[in-house]
Ligand binder design. Sequence first.
Ligand code: CS2
Ligand code: MG
Length: 402
Amino acid sequence: MKIKDAEVVVCSPTRNFVTLIIHTDEGIYGLGDATLNGRELAVAEYLKEHCIPALIGRNPFDTEDIWQYFYKGAYWKRGPVTMTAIAAIDVALWDIKAKALSVPLYQLLGGKSRDGVLVYCHANGTGLSHSIEEVHRHIELGYKAIRVQSGIPGIEKTYGVASKGKKYEPATRGLPQESVWSTSKYLNFIPKLFEAVRNKFGFDIHLLHDCHHRLTPVEAARFGKDAEPYRLFWMEDPGSEELQESFRLIRNHTTTPIAVGEIFNSVFDCNKLITEQLIDYLRMTIVHGGGITHLLKTAHLAEIYNVRTGFHGATDLSPVTMAAALHFDMAIHNFGIQEHMPHEPLVDEIFPHAYTYKDGFMYPGEAAGLGVGLNRQLAAKYPYQRAYLPVNRLEDGTVWNW
Ligand code: CS2
Ligand code: MG
């Protein structure tokens, strides 16, 4: 089998998605997600101009060699744009391989290690009582694990919280929106939120929280300590991750489990975090972490050090990534949990898929390959529109991590 051609489809059904389609001379095609939120066209061009011409004629079964060719062979290693492009190629090739062998992808990654994939959903409230209503609504939907975010008294807009009556979506069209942040207001409020949620719903439900990179190491340590009575499943991205050793300080002060890595793109972003056991869950995921080939190696390293996976699964990761993640989650031993932020019905219509949700768990389905299609006619009705993630500032105007 040979790669005959490849194309990049960019569409914007409520938000932007970049999809790579690799065609083979035997008529089998594979799909890869290449979406990098707010930087979509950089990856699309990287693929079109620098990768696709060098893909033609190769054997799609050579996933390892093709991965190394675009990683080592490019001289310029790593970085989100490069690694997202490589991930799209890699996932499309695994899709082709599994389709050619007529098996669902998880069969090539180790087979079934579990019956279903535990997922967590988002309960976002504008304030304490609304967050409690949202937790209740998601318990009714069967979720066993819930991430709770809330508007903070005294802060106008908070990460993870939708404006009234709307679904939360971080990127917005036009130029970047700006928000203002106060760590002290946040740290004063969040323990009260979790106290209220535990008082109302007890300890049988898993609760998670995303700090979205905003705390200094010592503030994160304090957050973790304050959260201990409420037994969080994890605190996510407590602080900026560039300095891996900064997690030692957080770790030394709290038993609240730590999840990190949705913006990582290589094992070299988390090698110390893993080998020094500074985290509990790794969120680096397939689309931004170099694809299945690189994530398999990273997850296997993590397994040795008791670190489990907790893949990023926000709506800016397309159904192609969701499917790839679910096959992966099904197969590896050190799976922990999977984020599930359901896509809009229009997105599901453009990417029809075999994966399903039931009672707090997801299932990749038994279709050959990833089990995801692309309705190109419908996608073409929603052309790309420039969109950005917000920019964050402290109350005095200093730019801060969003
Ligand atoms: C988030 C994301 O899902 C999460 O945990 O941190 O919503 C993140 O902000 C976006 O995916 C950014 O593209
Ligand atoms: Mg996050």
